[in-house]
Design a protein around this ligand. Structure first.
Ligand code: HEC
Length: 128
């Protein structure tokens, strides 16, 4: 690496450590989403949903690398077990999944308007 690129590399790594949205892979995924759903995607990342649900919502996040959790594919409406409409999705996020096989906890720390944008983003994944 040329010495003149070091400051840039340092800046990028600092940004990356402080902000998950600055991860280049996250940015690449974000750029493929219509603008209206990008805020929902941002909240999805900020709340670390992608750790289990994956950047694409396919259920293959790093926390599920062992395949231990049985996580639905958000892109396939038939794979949802707790309802695939916007309001049902919102419910799953706010109250968690009853009898959940794993760590789908209730996210009552997320403000209502953010719950809506996340639910709309997940719903959009069914028919992008
Ligand atoms: C620790 C891993 C983990 C994290 C983090 C996580 N989830 Fe989940 N989620 C799951 C699992 C596992 C299920 C399936 C549970 C079941 O059906 O028993 C699930 C189910 C869901 C469902 C219901 C899907 C259906 O089958 O109807 C929604 C919606 C959802 N998650 C959204 C989110 C959102 C939004 C976030 C971030 C705020 C999040 N999850 C964070 C593991 C996780």
């Amino acid at each position: 690496m040329k010495s003149s690129t070091w400051p840039v590399a340092l800046l990028l790594s600092t940004l990356y450590c402080g902000d998950p949205l600055a991860d280049p892979e996250v940015q690449r995924q974000r750029s493929q989403i219509p603008q209206e759903h990008q805020p929902g995607f941002d909240r999805f990342i900020e709340n670390n949903c992608h750790a289990c649900h994956g950047l694409k919502g396919d259920g293959n996040g790093p926390l599920n690398s062992s395949g231990r959790f049985d996580i639905p594919d958000f892109r396939n409406p038939a794979s949802y077990r707790h309802g695939a409409t916007v309001s049902e999705i919102r419910n799953s996020i706010e109250f968690g999944v009853e009898g959940g096989r794993t760590g789908m906890q209730a996210y009552q720390n997320i403000p209502p308007e953010h719950l809506n944008t996340i639910a709309e983003y997940i719903h959009y994944l069914q028919a992008p």
